[in-house]
Design a protein around this ligand. Structure first.
Ligand code: GRF
Length: 210
């Protein structure tokens, strides 16, 4: 966290992503428009060099890094490199935005209660290992649910099991495909994630106040 004259504090976000990065873009726009005040993006880290989200970060002049798993012997070694990038950038809060890797205690311990994720279902339903991407929406439709949505939660060692910070609901329409349902949920993701981040930043600033 940095302070500028006039005591205004800026909270640094570290965004971890692996793909499209549409949630990251929604967060970026929300910072630009002032919907998420007191925040700046310290670093964007992608687990894939070809991620669209990484290209967006680069083209918008954001500090970014690509960290390929192939270069490291195990998950701990990988997370140590990610941690060093986050710490070098002075990151206060970590935002997972379509990050396709499970975090180890190497990251979970130093950033305990400071890592957020968004999941495209109403957790605790349709979460856990293997519940990613269209699998989630396929399962929701197959179960005959009439409602789905998305959840922002704190990240803990239990996959998709950390404390829930916010949810948004959408109807499941008759005739929905995983793709149509995913698109409806995604609209809400882009609305919910910036809202929750803004309120998390407020809480964070209050907890850091001296
Ligand atoms: C979103 O559906 C999010 O809920 C999940 O992964 C997807 C990422 O999409 N964790 P994008 O990369 O933000 O467009």
């Amino acid at each position: 966290m940095t302070s500028d004259p006039g005591e205004r504090r800026t909270v640094r976000l570290g965004v971890l992503l692996s793909g499209r990065g549409s949630n990251f873009q929604a967060i970026y726009q929300a910072i630009q428009s002032g919907q998420i005040p007191q925040a700046e993006i310290g670093v964007v880290i992608s687990s894939r060099r070809s991620a669209e989200g990484l290209a967006f970060a680069e083209s918008h002049g954001l500090h970014s890094r690509s960290v390929s798993a192939k270069a490291y012997p195990d998950r701990d070694a990988y997370d140590k490199v990610v941690l060093s990038h986050l710490q070098e950038a002075g990151v206060d809060l970590v935002i997972l935005a379509g990050y396709m890797r499970l975090l180890t205690p190497v990251l979970l311990v130093p950033y305990e209660n400071r890592i957020l994720n968004i999941h495209p279902s109403l957790l605790p339903a349709y979460g856990g290992v293997g519940m990613t991407g269209l699998n989630v929406h396929e399962a929701v439709i197959a179960a005959g649910e009439t409602e789905s949505g998305c959840t922002v939660h704190l990240v803990t060692e239990t996959v998709d099991g950390g404390p829930i910070l916010g949810q948004a609901r959408v109807p499941v329409a008759p005739g929905d495909t995983p793709q149509t349902l995913a698109a409806r949920v995604l609209v809400q993701e882009h609305r919910l994630y910036p809202q929750v981040i803004a309120s998390m930043i407020q809480t964070y600033c209050q907890s850091q106040a001296v």
